[in-house]
Design a protein. Structure first.
Length: 128
């Protein structure tokens, strides 16, 4: 019985050594604020929603915002593989679109991209 206790203790110390190697100290939290990434994303999305719509979200919209925060956290996770990231991003885009928060990127100004010349005009102006 004593031998088992010694083995368990050495296994626990080995696991703790990994955490201490990462810079965590015994008795000190790795997340001193206590906030999760998802909670931070919810706050960001609520602020963005309020800025776009000029009001706070309804209860039904908060459900979608929580869902979007969960999806955004999953997409940012190191443990999510490429296929899952594509699926999560597609779902996230649909949720944000329903909330009116996913707008296409602004189109470039015409000065940056000159107006397209129709093919018939290009052919007509071309001289051999």
């Amino acid at each position: 019985m004593k031998m088992q206790h010694v083995e368990q203790q050495s296994q626990q110390e080995a696991k703790q050594g990994v955490f201490r190697a990462r810079g965590w100290q015994k008795g000190k939290s790795g997340n001193p604020s206590g906030r999760t990434r998802m909670r931070d994303r919810i706050d960001e999305l609520v602020a963005t929603f309020a800025a776009i719509h000029g009001r706070s979200p309804t209860d039904l919209e908060m459900i979608s915002i929580r869902s979007a925060a969960r999806l955004a956290s999953a997409a940012a996770s190191e443990r999510t593989n490429a296929e899952q990231i594509v699926r999560v991003n597609n779902s996230l885009h649909r949720v944000l679109s329903r909330l009116g928060m996913a707008k296409p990127p602004p189109r470039p100004k015409s000065a940056a991209y000159p107006a397209l010349i129709p093919m018939r005009d290009r052919i007509g102006n071309a001289s051999p």
